[in-house]
Ligand binder design. Structure first.
Ligand SMILES: [Zn+2]
Ligand SMILES: [Zn+2]
Ligand SMILES: [Zn+2]
Length: 930
């Protein structure tokens, strides 16, 4: 049976679409924002407001965006938009990292080896430039499509001239302070890519190596052991036989006991603690030690053997020396460590301490030069078996075992790298106290999540000096000169200024096309020999140095920004990348970290917590998700995730996100559909005329605003999401359900209906703001459909955050009492369901309900009264009885079902409208009177 009274009811009506169709419609909002210059509008006129500068860490301009970069950018956008709504001046200047080896590598691959061999450095740089700019455009379009607001027309690029000038400024300052030095030092070297690699560019993978035990014969008398009357040698152990040509020393543990094992007519000196392990490898059934006159094994401390000489194992007529060091472990090997200062960090440090030479017989290609002796011309990869065989022939090899161990590999070409001493530029962690100063700044800065401070402090606390030079083409040159005559470095405030001016005007390309005499002040000369012919340094800066100086090149340079930034926000891998290079250059050049706050988020993984990879086939592309479901789904997923750990994404997770989105959208639609005839300016009802249920709804809303605002302020966006999601669920299932009768059936302009609409308009106005930073498209759509009087800006992005009012005791009391009422309501709802199932009643409005509850609960219910409570439970009538526990009885209510509102009531009280209930009769009479 249809409802004949339909035309007399206020049924919901709205053009706000049920189906979002985000994938298509989001583009309309993007066009509108472009047209209205939403970014410009978001900062204009706010110069005097409190500042919140979130400084963008530049993604690499190579390839399309992926879930990780999308997550990062959306998270930033969410914060910037929130801060803007809170009244802050919050500019956001996106950036790109445009230099570096991966781009050079791609260009190289495209050219092929033949063209590559013929190309000039300038042309190569031009191709790299074009490649980077191409991907800046690609990523800009993709980031914008996600709804991210920022200065997309003028992003910062590390290849901008002004940016490159900033590189020089920071380098010059750090150089002047004595923080930068040129040194020979073993560094990770990729012989395939021809470059030094930073720790951040190293990946560890298992590798099989030959570990060998080699006897180095002493050339000096050895106290204790020579008495045996046999040749004496020290037994060393190494996993890198190819480093033996560079051996200059053997390091022993200072305080360990060394004994002499008699084997094959000679004495092998080794740590006593390791004799059993060596015996097993060497296949000795029993061990014979050199004994003293009393028949006790001869034991010498490492320090007592220090200073003795032995025959260098490869180079005839050359000797090495015994030293002692802290890095000698007595867990593997022999306790006698082969030491080649050019091939290892520990070796380098101990070599410095003892003033050892640092021979480097391996060239850039990883091939032995003349210093390799008999192995000259061999590559180090081929040399191992040859050297082992060579040692075996000479009787020096005791044993050779193949072992598997973790070994550093190049992040680009995945080949094992070597440790090799070359001339490099370094930032010293100690010379001027940079490490201590950086550690002090780490303690000043706020780290989110809190534990990340330990990660950062640990990394800075024990990092070696920072090698900032690279032997590549695509980057910013190390801005110093070398005297052509004597090789002295020429770098003065005057030369740095000239280079800075050159880069500012023409970019770093000019370094490769101009002669120094064309831009250096006349008369620039070598400080040592007075020579005036200067050569440019050919190495370029580590890209981490480049991106790290954005505090100077961007924050200090752009008028709308300033240093320190309020926040840096990147994935947790940047503790050893950008955060660290920003910190070290910030402290190094300006004595301060360039940020007050650092937020890090986890990696993006699949639904099972696995890394995404093409080969596993679990890659989710943000571009695909946007095309299928819309950017707001990506954004909701970002907000919902707890970034304190790795963040999962999969089709299933995104489906759940879409489901949550629909719940939110439907709620907005319901709210808007009941506000079509409501003008908040003239129709609002003051609180003192509202029914208590509406006051309760207002108190709940105020509580939501407070909790959500706190969560935003604490950067806990998944808490924001949870709070809103749960609120929306409760709202639909309780308050909005209860309101339907009043909204649809009461007289349109009645106080009761206008009161409900007043609350609904408050809810929509609040909810649209709370969600605006997250659902940037949908909130704008809702904004358009809201009653005009609720809109105080052309865009929800430009409106203010809901005001949080201090919670009143009345509100707290009301929420506490309704918490009890809601528990009763749950019991009632359950009983109604059962009654419906048992055909006791049809709709809940037909039910008469008796509620047994503890006396204090009954008192609460009675205080509200049976009529409002019947409305709240959506039943015809309700009765309260004091008892022990909550129990609900349901029966068919007396009375007749009103054909207009379907409530079971007394009908016929008004003779003009004999078939409807009293409320409906008075509404009809009022409508008829109109
Ligand atoms: Zn490589
Ligand atoms: Zn000179
Ligand atoms: Zn009725």
């Amino acid at each position: 049976m249809g409802n004949d009274y339909k035309s007399t009811m206020n049924l919901p009506q709205t053009d706000f679409p049920m189906r979002a169709n985000l994938a298509t419609r989001e583009n309309e909002w993007l066009a509108r924002w472009d047209e209205m210059d939403i970014y410009g509008r978001s900062i204009e006129g706010r110069e005097d407001a409190p500042r919140f500068i979130l400084h963008d860490g530049p993604p690499y301009a190579n390839g399309h965006i992926h879930m990780g970069t999308a997550y990062n950018k959306v998270l930033k956008d969410l914060i910037v938009k929130y801060k803007t709504m809170r009244g802050y001046y919050a500019p956001y200047v996106p950036g790109w990292d445009c230099h570096g080896q991966p781009i050079e590598h791609m260009v190289e691959k495209k050219l092929g080896p033949e063209k590559m061999a013929k190309i000039s450095q300038a042309k190569l740089r031009e191709l790299c430039h074009n490649w980077a700019m191409g991907f800046v455009d690609v990523q800009r379009t993709e980031f914008k499509r996600l709804g991210v607001r920022g200065d997309w027309n003028e992003p910062y690029l590390t290849l901008n001239h002004s940016y490159e000038a900033g590189d020089v400024r920071v380098f010059a300052e750090m150089y002047a302070r004595g923080e930068i030095y040129k040194g020979r030092k073993p560094i990770h070297w990729c012989k395939r890519c021809h470059t030094a690699l930073a720790e951040a560019e190293i990946e560890y993978a298992d590798e099989r190596s030959d570990s060998i035990y080699v006897n180095f014969s002493f050339t000096d008398e050895v106290p204790g052991f020579s008495a045996a009357g046999m040749p004496v040698g020290v037994l060393i152990w190494t996993t890198t036989p190819w480093t033996l040509p560079a051996n200059v020393a053997v390091t022993l543990a200072d305080d360990a006991d060394y004994v002499g094992v008699v084997a094959d007519g000679r004495v092998l000196v080794m740590a006593e603690a390791l004799v059993p392990a060596v015996a097993e490898v060497a296949g000795w059934d029993e061990v014979t030690l050199v004994l003293d006159a009393a028949g006790e094994p001869v034991r010498e401390k490492g320090r007592d053997l220090s200073g003795l000489h032995y025959a260098q194992p490869v180079h005839e007529g050359v000797t090495g020396v015994i030293i002692t060091g802290d890095h000698v472990e007595l867990t593997t090997g022999t306790g006698a460590v082969h030491t080649a200062p050019g091939h290892g960090e520990d070796d380098y440090l101990v070599g410095m301490k003892f003033g050892l030479p640092m021979p480097m017989p391996v060239d850039d290609n990883g091939v032995f030069d003349i210093g390799g002796g008999p192995f000259e011309g061999l590559s180090v990869d081929d040399a191992n078996p040859v050297i082992i065989e060579w040692l075996r022939e000479r009787g020096s090899l005791l044993a050779s075992v193949s072992i598997s161990h973790s070994y550093p590999h190049c992040w680009r070409c995945k080949q094992p790298v070597i440790f090799r001493a070359t001339d490099q530029w370094f930032v010293s962690m100690e010379a001027t106290g940079l490490r201590d100063a950086a550690m002090a700044e780490i303690r000043r800065v706020e780290w989110i999540p809190g534990w990340s401070v330990n990660r950062m402090a640990g990394m800075v606390g024990d990092r070696p000096d920072w090698c900032i030079s690279r032997q590549r083409a695509w980057g910013v040159p190390i801005p110093v000169f070398e005297c052509a005559k004597c090789g002295e470095t020429v770098a003065t405030p005057e030369t740095f200024s000239a280079v800075e001016a050159l880069f500012a005007a023409e970019g770093a390309d000019a370094w490769f096309t101009k002669e120094p005499s064309e831009y250096l002040p006349a008369g620039t000369a070598c400080g040592r020999c007075g020579g005036t012919e200067l050569k440019t340094e050919t190495d370029i800066l580590d890209v981490w140095f480049e991106s790290g100086v954005s505090h100077t090149s961007v924050l200090d340079t752009r008028p709308e920004l300033s240093r320190p930034a309020a926040m840096y926000l990147e994935g947790s891998d940047q503790h050893r990348g950008w955060f660290q290079s920003s910190l070290l250059t910030g402290v190094g050049a300006h004595d301060a970290a360039p940020f007050d706050r650092v937020l890090t988020h986890g990696f993006i993984v699949d639904g099972d917590g696995r890394k995404m990879s093409k080969s596993v086939g679990n890659v989710v592309s943000p571009i695909d998700v946007v095309a299928k479901s819309g950017a707001d789904i990506v954004r909701l997923w970002v907000a919902a995730a707890d970034y304190g750990q790795d963040v999962s994404v999969s089709d299933e997770i995104l489906d759940r996100t879409s489901e949550a989105y629909r719940r939110i959208r439907n709620t907005f639609r319901f709210l808007l559909s009941n506000l079509g005839d409501f003008d908040p300016a003239t129709d609002s009802i003051p609180a003192d005329q509202m029914p208590e249920i509406d006051l309760w709804a207002m108190a709940e809303l105020a509580d939501l605003v407070e909790r959500v605002t706190t969560a935003y302020d604490e950067w806990r966006f998944h808490v924001v999401y949870r709070a809103v999601y749960d609120y929306v669920g409760d709202l639909s299932s309780v308050y909005l359900d209860v309101l339907k009768d009043r909204l649809y059936a009461d007289a349109p302009a009645s106080v009761s209906r206008r009161s409900a609409q007043t609350v609904l308009s408050e809810i929509v106005a609040v909810l649209v703001r709370l969600l605006a930073p997250i659902l940037t498209f949908t909130s704008e759509e809702v904004w358009d459909f809201m009653p005009a009087a609720l809109r105080d800006a052309d865009s929800v992005q430009l409106t203010a955050w809901p005001i949080t009012q201090p919670t009143t005791t009345e509100a707290t009391q009301l929420r506490a009492e309704y918490a009890v009422v809601l528990e009763v309501r749950e019991a009632v709802t359950k009983a109604l369901e059962e009654a419906r199932g048992g055909k006791v009643i049809g709709k809940s409005q037909e039910a008469a309900v008796e509620i047994v509850a503890p006396a204090e609960t009954v008192a609460l219910l009675n205080a509200r009264g049976p009529v409002p409570m019947a409305e709240f439970f959506i039943v015809a009538a309700v009765r309260f009885v004091a008892g022990d526990e909550v129990a609900v009885t349901v029966e068919q209510a007396d009375g007749t079902k009103c054909p207009r509102c379907w409530n079971v009531r007394e009908v016929g009280s008004d003779e003009r409208f004999p078939e409807v209930c009293g409320r409906c009769a008075s509404v009809l009479s009022e409508l008829g009177a109109n």
